[in-house]
Structures are given as structure tokens and as C-alpha cells.
Design a protein around this ligand. Sequence first.
Ligand code: C2O
Ligand code: CU
Ligand code: CU
Length: 528
Amino acid sequence: MTTRRSFLRQSATLVAAAGVPRAFWRLARHRAESSPPVIDPASLERFVDPLPLPVLARPLGRRAAPENSREPVPFYRVSLRATSQKLHRDLSPTNLWTYGGSVPGVMFETQTGQGQIVEWENDLPPRHFLPVDHAVHGAGPDTPEVRTVVHLHGGKTPPESDGYPEEWSVPGQSRAYYYPNQQDATLLWYHDHAIGITRLNIYAGLLGLYVIRSEEERQLQLPSGKYEVPLVLFDRHVRLDGQLSYPYPWMAEVRGEVPLVNGKIFPYLEVEPRKYRIRVLNAANGRLYRLSMPDGVEIYQIGADQGLLPAPVLVTQVELASAERADLIIDFAPHRGNRLQLLDDAFTLMEFRVSAAPVADPSKLPATLRTVVRITESAAIKTRWLTLDELKKGMSGTAGMLLNKTPWHVPITEKPVLGSTEIWELANLTEDVHPIHLHLVRFQILDRRRFDVFQYVSTGTLRYRGPAIPPEVSEMGWKDTVRVDPQTVTRIVVPFEGYSGRYVWHCHNLEHEDNEMMRPYAVLAAGN
Ligand code: C2O
Ligand code: CU
Ligand code: CU
């Protein structure tokens, strides 16, 4: 009898037979024998540090944009440098790598249509402080240990400024990238994307926020200024001496014991009894957050990755896979004088302390936010079937992950035409959730549908095991990252707009992305 387990092993063999190069199997190695002792978060006093807020980036002046018919645009320079930062009152400072001196890095704030140039200057030390696994593709012993390239996640960015994973620079070098910001208002984020070590660089702290605003959004009179609070969530293994620990060799799942919000462990935020706009990013390497508040606290989700939803949605939970964002409104008015904790399934994250005296609240939570036209399936000129695959090594453990059974270095197979719309059917053959992200574009989720993976892999025939489920109401806006559940086909409809050129799509579980759940794709100029 073939059990499901042995079937998964078989399917790995099938994948191997289907042309995965031998070198891939080099990755079959032993686990780290012992890892250093790490902090048990229960030993740390909670809510003793105020929530830090990101520092705003300031332009140095103006420079001519690459499209030089335009006026000069704001110019920024950000230094990538090592620093140390206290993650908690009772811990020694932690060594981190930063964009501009803190984690999260400096925050950009701009307007729809207002382009800008950022010069990213690599001032990092020559050696990495986290263990580089040279067996991982793109991080071979012949490559420099410290390499970085910046990507603006969710940005509609020309290819030469998008941060192609192989276009890294080394300490002492810098790269000026142009961000046109010709896209709707939303919360983006920027982070490292260097091939083979992205997981280490982001874990080290190379991530930051990037907000695009618009006049339409301003007219809604949502809570703003100090009543708009970004929350960047990630987790880490923290050693007893306060330093970060990251497993070696490569492992498919890395989840830290310690939760951080804006770079602090268990912070608190003093709030007034009124509405707040809370903008959450899951910047964790591989953790899925399921956020909630105590009973009686209403959370309205007003936006997702690529901007506002059509209307606010009252939610009891906010589920965010790596790289997803949620725009929330929480009204603290009914909770004067209370302490309310933001929770996840696994963690308590932080505390809101609501002051007692009533305050005026001129901000609004409008009943409708904007029009999001649903793209019809018939708008698509092409449908691609793309599998998400796991390669097993031996009885247990993972040798790597692939998209469509194709490693990174194989020539480009996905070539949509600029201006056309396609449906991508993402068929997850694994038992993990994979957050799939496409650079350049925004898309809409059509549906998710469970299927019989066993039958599909053994006979090649597709048998669905249930009806197609429409996306959650909170996913009905524009997205750039989609949660693809195990043994499920997730369909997205994608207009390829903006620029032609070479981009990437990948799983945003950073351990998967690095080994090698990432593929280049090319947008072809129309008429080619
Ligand atoms: Cu968040 Cu390829 O990126
Ligand atoms: Cu991206
Ligand atoms: Cu994945």
C-alpha cells in the first residue's frame, strides 16, 4: 500500500527524474548538531518598552529622473550599516544590519505619481555575522559573503531599479534606483533580495517601510498623523547574550521564539480613546500571523497589500503570511482606561494602553472606500498552470522547494506580454502554506480549490475535492502576495502593466525563496 508519506517521497523522485540537476541534491546534509541556548520570551518582563516608530527618510535634494522630460525628483541616500539596538529593556544591545541606522529602517513617505531616486549605499562590514550556507544556490564559496540588493516590494518599478537578485553589490558600492510611484496609495516595504542570502540579510534587519499617499485617500479623513501607526512584525531566535541566532545549514522552516513589533519585544503604545489606523506588515522569514484583540474590540480591515478595499470589513482575525499587509481601523473610544493586548495564535505581541479622559475624534471610517473593479476571467488571454513543489531528502527533511519543478537558473519560461492579462493557477503539491509574490504587478484572487495531490502526481489527472472558494472579503482588493494553502489550487488574475523587462516571482517564505523557490519571468513588450 502506498501511504501518503511514501507518496511524497516518490513525488520527490519524480521531480528529480523530471530534470532537476544533480547539483541540487548536494543540499542533502545533516542538521546543525546543537544550537546555542536562546531566550525563552516568558522570562522577559512584558510591556516595559514603548513601541518605537520608524524614522522618516529626508531627501537630500533633487535630481533629474531617468525619464528626463520631467522635473527633477527628490533624491535620498540611505546607508546600509551595522549597528546595535536594544530589543528589550533587560537585554544587551543586539548587533543588526540596518537601512539608515535602525530596524525597521528609515520610512519613506511619498505621493502617487511623485517619483524619487534612492541611492542605496552598502557600508556593511566585509563579513556576515550570520552563517552563510555556501551550498545554497547563488551563495557559492566563490561569491562574496556580504552582498546586498534592495527591492521595493509591491512597487511598480522599472526592471533596472527593481533589485534583480543577481545584481547585488558589495561593501563600498552603491546603486541609485528610480521609483516612479505611479501606483495607488498603499503601504509598501523595501528589503534585501540578494540571491542565496536574502533570508540572512532580512533576518539581520535589512527591511523598512515605504508609504504612498494620495489625494483620494486624504479626502476619506481616515485617522492620520500620530493616529496612524505602522506595526512591523517579525520573530527571531535571540541568544542569552542578546545576539541573533540563525540555524546552519539551510533549513526549510525558521521561526523564532521571540516576537518583535517595530524591533522591540513586547512593547506598549499609549493611545487615546479614539480611532487609530494601524498598518501591519508581516516581515517574518516564515511565520504566518493570525492577529486578534480581546473580545469586544472591533477591528475593521480597510486595506490589503495594494491599497484600500471597496469597503471596511469587520474582522475577528487578521491572517497575514510573509510580506502581506493589512490596513486596519481600531476604535479605542469604548475602552477608556483599559489595557488591550494584540495577540497572535502563538504570541502576545504588544499592549495598547488607552488613556481615560475622553477626546474628540474628527477622523472618519467611511462606509465605502473606493471602487475596485473586479477583473473578469474572460479578460485573460492565457492561463498558466504552475506547481509549487517540495523536494524531500531521505526519510524526512527537505532538500529544497521549486516553482513548476524548475530551478532558478533554467532559462525564463513565463513571458507574459505587456498590457495583457493572465490567470495563474498555483497548484500547491506540498503540505505547507506558500505566500506567492510577483514583482511589478498587482493582481486579484479568483478562488481557492482543494484537489487530490496524490492522484495528480501519480496519474497526472486533476480531481478537485470540493468547490472553488472565493477569496475572503478582506482579500477582495488588489494584492501582490497571495497565500497558497496546502493541496490547493489558488487562481489569481494578473494584468501585466507598467514595464517590460526581467522580473522575478517567488515564495515569500524566505528560506524557500533562497533554495530555490524563485523564478525569473519576463514581461515582453507588446508586438514582440
Ligand atoms: Cu518582498 Cu521579491 O519580494
Ligand atoms: Cu516584490
Ligand atoms: Cu514556500
